[in-house]
Write a protein that binds this ligand. Structure first.
Ligand SMILES: [Zn+2]
Length: 240
């Protein structure tokens, strides 16, 4: 029985150590992931803006080319008007010229619209580019931080995990179940007696019960906090 109590207490010590290690790592892995996702979103946005700018430049040059063609046509029609022999032909050329002028005006309006849009797009691009630089820098710092913590804790964690497995292997399933249940509710499942009190809840343990616990031949539960009580002797003998 004593060995079961020792294994339970050892398990408690190992779990506390593992909790501390994981706490040291904290939410850094999640933070790094979230920052990576932010960066991907910003890069996506930059790509979209660059695409939009490229598209409007292409469309603009097409429209400018078309307008130049219209100007040339108008010049040509003007020349032809001087040579026509009847009103019908003259009017037909006038309509052609008007249509070309309409096209030029429409193109100018479109180009003006793109120019305004591009001002906004370029401002956004500048903002997102600055944001990207900031994120890349921050992410690098956090990744380095995480890498260092993982490097310093990984070996220790593996070692503790292995020893935990061994301690678990020495316990009966029902003891393990009890341990897990209390740990789930209280964080720490095993409380050694200290100064005649339960070290989990600091309530005094009656002297008669302390004598019983000292025998290390039974499992006692603190009536106040529900933790497994072990003797000072067990706590003293069991070290990680
Ligand atoms: Zn207690």
């Amino acid at each position: 029985m004593k060995s079961i109590l020792q294994s339970l207490y050892l398990l408690q010590l190992l779990d506390t150590e593992l909790d501390d290690l994981r706490e040291l790592r904290g939410d850094l892995p999640e933070t790094v992931n979230a920052m990576g996702e932010d960066l991907a979103a910003v890069e996506q946005r930059i790509e979209e803006i660059e695409e939009a700018l490229k598209r409007s430049a292409t469309e603009r040059s097409l429209k400018e080319k078309e307008s130049l063609e219209m100007i040339a046509k108008i010049e040509k029609y003007k020349g032809q008007q001087l040579e026509v022999t009847n009103n019908k032909e003259y009017d037909a050329l006038t309509r052609e010229m008007e249509s070309a002028e309409t096209t030029i005006a429409t193109n100018e309006a479109l180009i003006q619209e793109w120019v305004e849009q591009n001002v906004d797009l370029k401002a956004s691009l500048e903002q997102f580019t600055a944001k990207r630089e900031e994120l890349v820098k921050d992410l690098e710092v956090k990744r380095e931080e995480l890498k260092e913590i993982l490097e310093t804790t990984a070996e220790e964690e593996i070692n503790l995990e292995q020893r935990r497995e061994t301690a678990v292997g020495e316990l009966l399933p029902r003891d393990m179940e009890l341990y897990s249940r209390i740990r789930g509710a209280k964080g720490k499942a095993v409380a050694p007696i200290r100064r005649e009190s339960c070290s989990g809840c600091y309530n005094v343990v009656p002297p008669q019960l302390i004598l019983e616990i000292k025998k290390n031949d039974r499992l006692f539960i603190c009536e106040h906090c529900g933790r497994i009580l072990v003797s000072e002797e067990i706590a003293h003998e069991t070290k990680i």
